[in-house]
Write a protein that binds this ligand. Structure first.
Ligand code: SME
Length: 163
């Protein structure tokens, strides 16, 4: 059964813009945005970022339990988002081929690719202990936030993300 959670996305977007005001370093922005998202959305057990590094995903700023540090592009929900360039809205992670269980409490997941100059350079990853936690509304709202990150941040400052 899917449960509907209503996040105030106009408010979240306004708060994200305020946090990024005058700050263009991706790591500082990702640290604050992971905190903002985890405070603003109900029933999350992990919210954070992975960055492209040497042809795989490397753990970035997050809120939640310690997570796997390296994710190959052909592994898991994050790898699928990064390699396809498409968001992944997964109602049941246990049914997703290759899902990586960093926290066995996770039941559903939403991953959105982040691009710079046409290339995926990071992903936003949200996990929930509830099945079917994420909706199209969440995908749309968080995609707006990601679009703002893509344009507001200076991705060349995250030098280590360059392959
Ligand atoms: N479950 C993810 C791995 C990252 S953790 O959820 C933080 C995946 O399958 O890609």
């Amino acid at each position: 059964m899917s449960t509907h959670f209503s996040t105030d996305y106009p408010l979240l977007q306004a708060q994200a813009k305020a946090l990024l005001e005058g700050e263009d370093h991706p790591l500082a922005a990702m640290a604050n945005l992971s905190a903002l998202i985890s405070q603003s959305m109900e029933s999350l057990n992990w919210a954070g970022f992975y960055l492209m590094h040497r042809g795989e995903l490397l753990l970035g700023p997050f809120q939640g339990k310690p997570a796997c540090v390296h994710i190959a592009l052909n592994r898991g929900v994050c790898g699928a988002a990064a390699s396809s360039g498409l968001p992944q809205l997964v109602p049941d992670v246990h049914a997703f081929p290759g899902h990586i269980a960093c926290d066995c409490a996770s039941c559903s997941e939403l991953v959105i690719p982040i691009r710079s100059q046409g290339r995926v350079i990071a992903v936003l990853d949200l996990d929930s202990p509830l099945p079917s936690r994420f909706s199209q509304e969440d995908l749309d709202g968080l995609s707006d936030l990601v679009r703002h990150m893509e344009s507001a941040l200076d991705w060349s400052l995250a030098q280590y993300t360059l392959e």
